[in-house]
Design a protein around this ligand. Structure first.
Ligand code: TUI
Length: 314
């Protein structure tokens, strides 16, 4: 599949793997890149040296391009930026903030910045910074989210940044979802949850099992009252959150409950941990090798789009 996204990134398929903190580590990232997509390390709360180790581990597993996602609210983001430059990582995606200041500096080092945005306003602000690509992430995504659905956000971002190519994210786990995003004007997709349930993903088997057991209404959004909405699977932790939020607990109490809980879930505590997952978890039914996930998505995408012309015949 050739298009502007594959050309710019030097990859075979316009599929990016979402940079998930503590979840997208070297084996998953390398497998996605080896299979023709773009694997992305979730730097999240790693220290600079921790990130360097993960980058080197990825380089030992693949010679194909891969990326690093920087969570801009991370305590370690400054040291992570230095490491990304020193290690000459070709692509950086950013989340949870405005990467405006970084873009030019990274470009001087030959690093392409792809901002993840959840609003038209931020997309427009970033246009002046010389971006080449942008990811429009709808609120179906797992983790920290915005307020707009993928269906509504993608065409508005496409229009706002035209003629720049847009990558859609949030709620995509198969070829039908990918085709829907292309119908909205996207030229690539970023996928997270589907890649958690792969053989190569290093999260605890109970995390994968929780996603496989999930149904359409299994995710909830916590943190709406603190200004940090986070989507995860409903469990004991989210029920505690809901209880605190409904009795208008203090910001401190709510934040104390949330901090550091993702790592706990990744280690297998799926009741007290924060099992971040997209709303599409209900569609994920099995654990497969990464290559099969990507090939199934591409095959189904092609089947879906070839059916469409028959539907418009007189
Ligand atoms: O960043 C993500 N997803 C994440 S980050 C994360 S770790 C975390 N945990 C708790 C609280 C906060 C972070 C888990 N999942 N996706 C990209 C994304 N970016 N979604 C929403 C945004 C966003 C939100 C507001 C980007 C910019 C923004 O405003 C910036 C501005 O200045 O306008």
């Amino acid at each position: 599949m050739r298009g502007r996204v594959t050309e710019i990134l030097g990859i075979k398929y316009p599929i990016l793997q979402g940079g998930m903190a503590w979840v997208s580590t070297a084996p998953l990232v390398a497998a996605v890149s080896e299979a023709g997509g773009l694997g992305i390390i979730g730097a999240g709360g790693m220290t600079g040296e921790g990130l360097r180790e993960e980058i080197r581990r990825t380089k030992s597993l693949t010679h194909k391009p891969f990326g690093v996602n920087l969570m801009l609210l991370s305590t370690y983001v400054k040291e992570q930026i230095e490491v990304v430059k020193e290690e000459k990582v070709p692509v950086v995606t950013t989340g949870a903030g405005n990467p405006g200041e970084l873009i030019e500096d990274f470009a001087h080092q030959g690093i392409l910045t792809i901002p993840v945005v959840a609003s038209v306003a931020l997309a427009k602000r970033l246009l002046r910074r010389g971006i080449k690509l942008i990811i429009a992430e709808g609120m179906e995504s797992g983790g920290h989210i915005g307020e707009i659905t993928t269906m509504c956000l993608v065409p508005q971002i496409v229009d706002a940044v035209s003629p720049l190519p847009v990558i859609a994210a949030g709620g995509i786990a198969d070829g039908r979802g990918m085709a829907a995003c292309f119908a909205l004007g996207a030229e690539g997709v970023q996928i997270g949850t589907r890649f958690v349930c792969t053989e190569e993903c290093e999260v605890h088997p109970l995390y994968k099992e929780a996603i496989i057991k999930a149904q359409d209404r299994s995710t909830v959004v916590t943190g709406t009252t603190t200004g940090h909405p986070v989507r995860c699977l409903r469990n004991r932790l989210t029920r505690q959150f809901e209880e605190l939020e409904s009795r208008k607990a203090t910001l401190e109490e709510i934040e104390a409950l949330g901090s550091g809980r993702l790592k706990e879930a990744v280690c297998g505590n799926v009741e007290e941990g924060s099992v971040m997952s997209g709303q599409i978890a209900g569609l994920v039914k099995d654990i497969k090798p990464v290559r099969q996930v990507i090939e199934d998505i591409i095959r189904e995408f092609k089947e879906t789009v070839t059916k469409l012309p028959q539907m418009v015949e007189d």
